[in-house]
Design a protein around this ligand. Structure first.
Ligand code: SF4
Length: 486
């Protein structure tokens, strides 16, 4: 982290603070916006999105500071102290629907200290209700709409005041009369290669660990966009419905920098449909293999875009785990959520991974409006039969702007809007209460964990890979969490 002390606002260089505010540990840049503690595999990802914006700010001649307060378990007091010492001209926050009110309290405090700070908000759940946010929170100057990088570059370069901000595309801000105003969509970035590599020197890279082996882990943003339109997911509205991949050369340059400059050899390739374009994927795997870098990584895949050739290449290039959004074992539920996949195909995807030596992580969703006791039982049996190495059951958590959110509004399914999360249902289904869903998830996870064959399998894997300490710690904290919520 930067350590600027007693900077004054008379300095010529623009200073920008890019933060995950100390209002809870969430996947703030992610389409899920989930609470980290709600996930089976508790992993805090490095805020590479902020490091990328830091690199953009530097290119524009500004001085960036990145602060990931929740990851460091730092309080509001540390944030205020940072505001006082760093004296930012611009404060950029990653916000979520779950933390918005608290995030805004912090912004107000920063503003109390320096009314001249330009305050910018970013977050998928926030942008869809941006007009309301601007009306409710005068301390927020603008909300970034769409991909933030080029918009931020323009803001940092031109440093508009509140009167001229509304001329910058890609924002929701106030016009001359103070009325919320959308400045117009900024086109998606055509070639992601125009972006600089994330400025990882702005991050405390050592605090982000692989849950598997405890070694430093970072995220590589390999692609953006998803062609699917699942009712619960904002991926398409965030990054478009066409997949844009970075070039293999650009990704290799980033991997090399991580390994050589930062000593990081564990990675998560972030991309909603990482295995979609086979030639690109095979070329990337070949490049990793030929580079001789010994790296350990995981990625996502759709169940219908994995085959033996891809899986073998992934394994050879250092991939150890592939995550799949199986979602549900009831085909009608899959159709209603517009997942565009066959439940049966999941078995083939898991088999392909197994025979190529890859572990699998299954994500399932429970509690969509059409869920019943019968479909929940089908979901449990499906997950058992798939028998993946890791699994998560997420309760449907409607994010504003998604089709699911509109359906829940229409059917009046919201019950606990404030406490809604992937572990605690905030919506009921047409036939089940929110409490039934929360309890089903808790009991189902415990049943899944305590299958004797599963416990034996994980212990054998942990012993073989010398990671028993990490698995034990993860298992204890997970089970404690689940028992605690009784
Ligand atoms: S496949 Fe569905 S859930 Fe996955 S990223 Fe695309 S829209 Fe979201």
């Amino acid at each position: 982290m930067d350590n600027n002390t007693n900077t004054t606002n008379t300095d010529r260089r623009r200073r920008i603070m890019l933060i995950n505010p100390p209002t809870g540990l969430y996947r703030r840049d992610d389409r899920c916006q989930s609470k980290v503690d709600d996930q089976t595999v508790r992993v805090v990802f490095a805020p590479v999105d902020l490091a990328l914006l830091g690199a953009i700010a530097r290119q524009a001649g500004a001085e960036p500071k990145v602060c990931d307060y929740p990851a460091l378990n730092q309080s509001e007091g540390v944030f205020i102290a940072d505001i006082k010492t760093f004296r930012p001209h611009i404060l950029f926050l990653n916000s979520t629907v779950h933390t918005l009110a608290k995030d805004m309290e912090l912004v107000a405090k920063a503003r109390d200290f320096d009314p001249g700070i330009l305050t910018l908000l970013h977050g998928e759940g926030v942008v869809v209700q941006a007009e309301k946010v601007l009306r409710d929170y005068p301390q927020c100057d603008a909300i970034l709409d769409g991909e933030p990088e080029l918009t931020l570059r323009e803001i940092v370069t031109t440093v508009p005041d509140e009167q001229t901000l509304w001329q910058t595309p890609g924002l929701v801000c106030r016009d001359g009369s103070g009325t919320p105003f959308r400045t117009g969509k900024r086109p998606l970035i055509e070639s992601l290669d125009i972006l600089p590599l994330p400025a990882r020197d702005l991050l405390n890279n050592k605090i982000y660990h692989s849950p598997e082996n405890g070694k430093p882990l970072t995220v590589i943003q390999a692609q953006r966009g998803c062609p699917s339109k699942c009712v619960f997911c904002p991926a398409g509205s965030m990054f478009g419905y066409v997949v844009r991949e970075r070039s293999v050369e650009s990704i290799m340059a980033e991997l090399k920098e991580c390994v050589e400059k930062y000593g990081i050899t564990n990675f998560l390739f972030h991309g909603d449909t990482f295995t979609l374009h086979k030639p690109w994927l095979l070329k990337l795997c070949d490049a990793i293999i030929n580079s001789g870098m010994k790296i350990h990584w995981g990625c996502n895949s759709r169940i219908d875009t994995i085959d033996d050739e891809r899986a073998a290449a992934l394994k050879k290039a250092g991939c150890w785990v592939v995550a799949f959004g199986f979602e549900h074992g009831n085909q009608n539920m899959l159709n209603l959520m517009r997942k565009g996949q066959r439940a049966e195909r999941a078995f083939e995807a898991v088999s392909i991974c197994k025979r190529n030596g890859l572990l699998t992580h299954g994500f399932f969703i429970a509690g969509l409006p059409w869920e019943t006791k019968r479909t929940l039982q089908q979901l449990y049996l499906y997950a058992r039969k798939l028998n993946t190495d890791f699994f998560d059951f997420n309760i449907a958590c409607p994010l504003p702007g998604t089709e699911l959110y509109n359906i829940c509004l229409q059917e009046q399914l919201f019950v606990h809007t404030d406490s809604s999360s992937y572990a605690h249902a905030g919506v009921r289904t047409l036939s089940l209460s929110a409490e039934e869903l929360t309890e089903w998830r808790r009991k189902t996870l415990l049943k899944m964990y305590f299958r004797p064959t599963y416990v034996a399998r994980i212990i054998i894997h942990a012993i073989k890979t010398g990671t028993i300490k990490h698995y034990l710690a993860a298992a204890l904290s997970r089970v404690k969490n689940l028992v605690k919520t009784t």
